[in-house]
Design a protein around this ligand. Structure first.
Ligand code: SAM
Ligand code: SF4
Length: 325
């Protein structure tokens, strides 16, 4: 369906858990976040009910995220159910990759249409530093296997000043011999990201071009949304930028989000009080639930206001792991 600014909203990102087996420094504190009580997390039945209604309103693409989605038991079953739902054209997952080898076959059987793996460094020590875990080999193995299955695979990297700025060209080179998309995501001032210095798209692109030559922009839209893609001649895969800060893409935004505890977020930036889980537990019928969904999608804010101090009161205070990125 279209929102009040005539944007087509056809994509929902669903966080299935706020828990994670990593502790990335820009996302979670070392001791972890105070986890949402199990009873407050949406059940799979509740998620499926919402996806069915959302599909009726024109949502065609679903992303399963977290926290770490693969730590929630039965997530492949959920993906299977969603992928069979009328109206749903793609179900993808975003994962840190540590459990990917273990679940890849199940994910493929469930009908997953794409896998995004987060990887901020190719250096084992740095990996241990940033994630506070020693799972570099597992992530690499998961990535390798995902590529081998032929499933469309993307690598998400958050460039950080003083951390991985010297290896961005090497990370981009993962797209040289394999048909993967390597995407650089600008650090967003959400949760612990507020304290971290990211690196903007233009600087990264300049660095890549000085190593690989001119990058050719790809005009057609690939994937679910805001990434702007480039081709480096001779590379099998593509390079993407998701630059919420330096190249705001709100005008073409096509998504809404559902947090693990059932809050519908029309925009990543703003706090939301649309508690769909509570509505369902209070016994709302499908007709009324669909109306809440529809009204919220229609009223989606025009754009984010990251960094605008005057809007601090209404901005999101949750950590990224509870929202799903
Ligand atoms: N655990 C999974 C993972 O790491 O892919 C899924 C959830 S994670 C919150 C989704 C994505 O959000 C990851 O690629 C992560 O790097 C990114 N992310 C987390 N905090 C961020 C921030 N402040 N700014 C930009 N991206 C962030
Ligand atoms: Fe976990 Fe993903 Fe956050 Fe890292 S970015 S702590 S893997 S949710």
């Amino acid at each position: 369906m279209k929102d009040q600014y005539q944007r087509t909203i056809d994509y929902i990102r669903i966080s299935v858990t706020d828990r994670c087996n990593f502790r990335c420094r820009y996302c979670m504190p070392e001791e972890g976040v105070e986890s949402i009580c199990h009873t407050e997390i949406m059940t799979y039945e509740e998620i499926l009910r919402l996806v069915r209604l959302a599909a009726g309103l024109g949502i065609k693409k679903v992303k399963i995220t977290g926290g770490e989605p693969l730590v929630r038991r039965g997530v492949c079953g959920l993906i299977g159910e969603i992928s069979r739902m009328p109206g749903i054209e793609s179900v993808t997952i975003t994962t840190n990759g540590a459990l990917l080898e273990q679940y890849l076959t199940e994910l493929v059987q469930a009908g997953v249409t794409g896998i995004n793996i987060s990887l901020d460094t190719l250096n084992r020590e740095r990996f241990r530093y940033i994630t506070r875990r020693d799972d570099y080999d597992k992530v690499q193995a998961g990535l390798k296997q995902a590529v081998a299955t032929g499933i469309p695979t993307k690598i998400n990297c958050v460039p950080m000043r003083g951390f991985n700025e010297d290896e961005l060209a090497d990370i981009a080179a993962l797209a040289k011999h394999d048909p993967v998309a390597v995407r650089f995501i600008e650090m967003m001032p959400i949760g612990m990201g507020v304290e971290k210095a990211g690196i903007y798209q233009d600087e990264i692109r300049k660095g890549l071009e000085s190593r690989y030559g001119t990058m050719l922009p790809i005009e057609e839209m690939l994937g679910n949304g805001p990434a702007k893609y480039y081709q480096i001649p001779g590379f099998q895969g593509k390079i993407g930028f998701i630059s919420a800060i330096s190249h705001e893409f709100c005008e073409g935004c096509n998504r809404v989000r559902l947090t693990a505890d059932g809050i519908l977020k029309p925009c990543l930036n703003y706090e939301s009080h649309i508690n769909l889980k509570q509505e369902m537990r209070n016994g709302i019928d499908d007709w009324e639930l669909e109306k809440i969904l529809k009204d919220a999608i229609y009223a989606k804010p025009r754009c984010h206001s990251f960094g605008d101090q005057t809007k601090k009161e209404i901005q999101e205070k949750r950590k990224m792991a509870g929202i799903g990125g």
